[in-house]
Write a protein of this length. Structure first.
Length: 255
């Protein structure tokens, strides 16, 4: 007998419900998620699209993604998507996703504009055009993507999966648990940011939000087959962890 199930918990429920515990040695259970899917780095928007289908340790917000070319040639279609999504009266963030933004050789973090807490069609239009203007090179393949703007933020920040200065094996979490903004660390606005270090070989469970962040790091390292990552995250007041971005970490010193 062969059964395909999603995870261990589902397998246990199935066996209990069907009274199959006594015959468990005769059953070949295959967990669908046991073979972790690997992906390659792409643009910021495409990384999130691909990860949303497979990641388990964090949530990823829904998004509407389009290229500069698509916006210029038929922006009415994009605004129709926004309306269909029910986002016209909700606070949104208009985010850059430039082809040159995240590469393994150079980080262009902060080079391109993202505009948050935008409400209404006219403001959305203006924000999209501001993001496009921030792209220094005119490439019609550059992307823009739109997500709901996260509120009720408990913790926001960035984690490096290695020390960026000397490549030492530490997770470094730079976070803000005071301002309530989702971008206080990445924008450089935070005056009360904190830093937490954890050695990669430390395996004891952490009794705080850092445990969730480390689990997210470990999962992303396996997915991208890379242990040098730059990850942006938010934890809301109801303790939901959101992944906002992941890109290669450009280290100053090679291993």
């Amino acid at each position: 007998m062969r059964i395909e199930l999603q995870d261990i918990e589902e397998a246990m429920v199935f066996l209990e419900k069907n009274k199959l515990w006594t015959n468990i040695q005769k059953i070949n259970i295959t967990l669908k998620g046991s073979q972790l899917k690997k992906i390659k780095f792409s643009t910021k928007a495409n990384n999130l699209i691909k990860l949303k289908k497979i990641i388990r340790s964090a949530k990823i917000l829904d998004q509407i993604t389009f290229t500069v070319d698509e916006y210029k040639s038929n922006n009415s279609k994009i605004f129709k998507q926004i309306k269909t999504q029910g986002w016209l009266k909700k606070p949104l963030i208009i985010r850059s996703s430039c082809i040159e933004e995240d590469t393994s050789k150079r980080s262009n973090a902060g080079e391109f504009l993202s505009v948050g807490n935008i409400v209404g069609i006219d403001n959305i239009r203006l924000a999209i055009e501001e993001v496009i203007k921030s792209y220094k090179k005119s490439n019609l393949k550059n992307e823009i993507f739109i997500q709901e703007y996260l509120r009720n933020v408990k913790v926001s920040g960035v984690v490096f999966t290695r020390d960026i200065n000397n490549n030492s094996p530490y997770y470094k979490i730079n976070y803000d648990d005071n301002s309530g903004f989702s971008d206080s660390i990445t924008s450089g606005r935070s005056c009360l940011d904190k830093v937490f270090y954890c050695h990669r070989l430390y395996k004891k469970k952490l009794n705080n939000f850092q445990e969730k962040i480390i689990k997210l790091c470990e999962e992303l390292e396996k997915i991208f087959e890379c242990d040098s990552l730059d990850i942006e995250f938010v934890i809301t007041k109801n303790n939901i962890l959101y992944l906002l971005q992941v890109r290669p970490l450009v280290i100053k010193h090679l291993k």
